[in-house]
Design a binder for this molecule. Structure first.
Ligand code: FES
Length: 164
């Protein structure tokens, strides 16, 4: 009577299968990981804005009347590309004082406009009014208009624009 015993050793064929599977996995990882990284990496990047934006020559702004300056910035977050428009009022006062105010209402972010007739910034959304220096005169805004940090270099006004 012959007794069939299973060998604890691997057959040559099984050994080859294991080695080929192992090598295939390594090759797949070598090729696949950089491709996956290339595809996913834009989604992991967020761009922050932190720059000085030139508003042009200081002499181009009248004294005593706010003048609007508009510009756009494009931000890339992952695959999303967003272009935002900004508006700032530059106010030169007779004493040489300067104010740079955002045209975004501090209530619900509508855009305010300067009215010579009312001597105020008017918000069309909920009838708010801001004084020439940005203080709230009337309406629901909880805060004065946002002021930009600025500097004047070689006769040009620059504002510090930051966005997370
Ligand atoms: S958004 Fe300006 S008053 Fe409401």
């Amino acid at each position: 009577m012959t007794k069939k015993t299973s060998s604890p050793n691997l057959s040559r064929r099984d050994f080859s299968k294991i080695v080929m599977a192992f090598l295939g996995s390594i090759m797949g990882a070598i090729v696949g990981i950089p491709i996956i990284g290339y595809i996913i990496s834009p989604a992991l990047k967020t761009q922050t804005v932190d720059e000085w934006v030139s508003l042009g020559a200081l002499d181009g702004y009248p004294i005593g009347t706010p003048k609007l300056f508009s510009f756009t910035r494009t931000k890339v977050n992952g695959w999303e590309r967003t272009t935002n428009s900004f508006g700032v009022f530059v106010l030169r006062k007779s004493g040489g004082e300067l104010k740079v105010l955002s045209n975004v209402c501090t209530h619900l972010s509508c855009r305010v406009k300067w009215s010579d007739e009312d001597s105020a910034y008017l918000c069309p959304c909920h009838d708010a009014q801001f004084a020439i220096d940005g203080e709230v005169i009337y309406g629901p805004p909880p805060h004065p208009m946002y002021e930009y940090e600025f500097k004047v270099e070689e006769g040009n006004i620059l504002i510090h624009l930051t966005e997370g």
